[in-house]
Design a protein around this ligand. Structure first.
Ligand SMILES: [Zn+2]
Length: 132
């Protein structure tokens, strides 16, 4: 089974600046950030994950799993970037693969159902699955 991050509404509201405009539940990426402060008043880039499909942002994600293969996940990640308008170059393929593997390795460390949040470049545990 493969573990990966998906958007979630769980624990939304624990932080005053939480938000989730991702419709439903979908795979998420960590977008680039334009500054370091995850609690910036005007811009949520350093605390947000972005949905693969919708392109919408959420401050909370959780670990899910399925029988998707790592190759399928990486292909999806790469395809998503092309769909966003990036030119399909060897450099894009390499960076998409690196970013996808990075996310898979992080997700593999944690149990299914754990809720995580983003603090700049760090992904941190917000709630363990056995907590209510
Ligand atoms: Zn920003």
């Amino acid at each position: 089974m493969l573990k990966y991050f998906v958007s979630t509404h769980r624990t939304q509201g624990e932080r005053d600046n939480d938000s989730n405009t991702v419709p439903g539940t979908e795979l998420v990426d960590i977008p680039g950030k334009s500054h370091e402060d995850p609690d910036d008043t005007y811009c949520a880039c350093a605390r947000s994950f972005v949905g693969f499909i919708s392109g919408q942002a959420t401050t909370t994600a959780e670990v899910a799993e399925s029988d998707m293969t790592p190759v399928e996940y990486i292909r999806g990640f790469h395809a998503k970037q092309i769909a966003l308008g990036f030119k399909d170059t060897p450099a894009l393929h390499a960076s998409a693969t690196n970013d996808a593997v990075h996310l898979l390795l992080l997700a593999a460390c944690w149990p299914v159902g754990i809720v995580v949040e983003r603090r700049g470049d760090e992904i941190c545990v917000r709630r363990f699955p056995d907590q209510t």
